[in-house]
Write a protein that binds this ligand. Structure first.
Ligand code: FES
Length: 108
């Protein structure tokens, strides 16, 4: 059963996509051509170009950040309390319906 991921673009428009359990939110974005998630390092947790804000109630049930993600997010200019790197969010059935907000990017 695919997991539904809704991407909310900076203009407020919503884009629903689907990906299998085990894929990352970044995989879901790249596989479906979602604008605003460059993912330049391909999920290696070294670039932060997959940064998004995760809406409640999903933010609260995400797996804890690994040290690399926590450190990388400290360098993200538009970081908020609900910032995460989408390459580090791996889809589970529990996350079906997750909503992630894409920050405005100057490279899109
Ligand atoms: S894709 Fe580079 S940090 Fe997530």
């Amino acid at each position: 059963m695919p997991v539904k991921v809704t991407f909310i673009h900076p203009d407020g428009s919503r884009e629903a996509q689907f990906a299998p359990v085990g894929d990352s939110v970044m995989d879901c974005a790249l596989d479906n051509g979602v604008a605003g998630i460059a993912a330049q390092c391909g999920g290696g947790c070294t670039c932060s170009t997959c940064h998004c804000y995760v809406e409640s109630p999903w933010f609260e049930i995400l797996s804890p950040q690994i040290e690399d993600e926590r450190e990388l997010l400290t360098y993200v200019e538009d970081r908020k309390d609900n910032s995460r790197l989408t390459c580090q969010i791996f889809l589970t059935e529990e996350l079906d319906g997750i909503e992630v907000r894409i920050p405005p990017r100057d490279w899109t």
